[in-house]
Design a protein around this ligand. Structure first.
Ligand SMILES: [Zn+2]
Length: 208
């Protein structure tokens, strides 16, 4: 939905009455926010990183496959749409790229995060860096990528995950359930990136 639309001179051309309704819990929103920030810090959207101005950001790349008429024949095309939708504590911005004839977009570096960054940097000029609000009942823990359970000393394939403190998985049963779980401290996050592929159980279709 939208609240209002302005033209290039700031005049309101569309306005809508909206009523806000919470549809996910604060904890779920905090966890999703954490995961979307990893896209920018270490994932497919790294070119959208705003660390140069100290601003945290999250977002997600997107692409599609489609069809195009080539000499009257409907032919499959890859990457006929590219997106990046990203946000900071101040603004959310969506970027779309595509041709009007549905042609494939060829690129060497995935372009939409960089385009997004070029819009967001001037937009944040003069704004104080600030952190996202986080719900206090979300905890960060290292999990075992083989079992999906909380990592123990014997787990070697691990990543950082975030959990509601009321629904923490049990300790890894593949690598020794008798040991206590490894409670993560914050600086472990960097050498243990969150694994989107394992999280969704499939490979992401986007390119770096
Ligand atoms: Zn394990």
């Amino acid at each position: 939905t939208y609240t209002h639309v302005t033209d290039s001179e700031g005049n309101t051309i569309l306005e809508k009455d909206t009523k806000q309704v919470r549809v996910v819990s604060e904890q779920t929103a905090t966890i999703l926010n954490k995961m979307l920030q990893t896209v920018v810090t270490q994932g497919t959207g790294a070119a959208a990183n705003l660390s140069a101005i100290g601003m945290p950001a999250g977002g997600k790349t997107g692409s599609s496959t489609g069809t195009k008429l080539v000499n009257g024949v409907l032919t499959p095309v890859d990457n006929n749409n590219l997106w990046f939708v990203g946000y900071t504590p101040y603004y959310i911005t969506g970027v779309w790229m595509g041709y009007d004839d549905n042609s494939e977009i060829y690129y060497s570096v995935y372009p939409t995060p960089k385009l997004w960054k070029n819009i967001m940097l001037p937009l944040h000029e003069g704004l104080e860096p600030k952190q996202f609000e986080e719900n206090e009942h979300v905890i960060e823990m290292t999990y075992c990528k083989d079992s999906g359970e909380i990592a123990v000393a014997g787990c070697t394939n691990t990543a950082v995950g975030w959990y509601k403190d009321t629904v923490v998985p049990s300790n890894c049963t593949l690598h020794g359930s008798t040991q206590s779980s490894r409670y993560d401290d914050e600086d472990e996050e960097e050498d243990d990136p969150f694994d989107w592929g394992s999280f969704f159980g499939r490979d992401d279709e986007e390119e770096e």
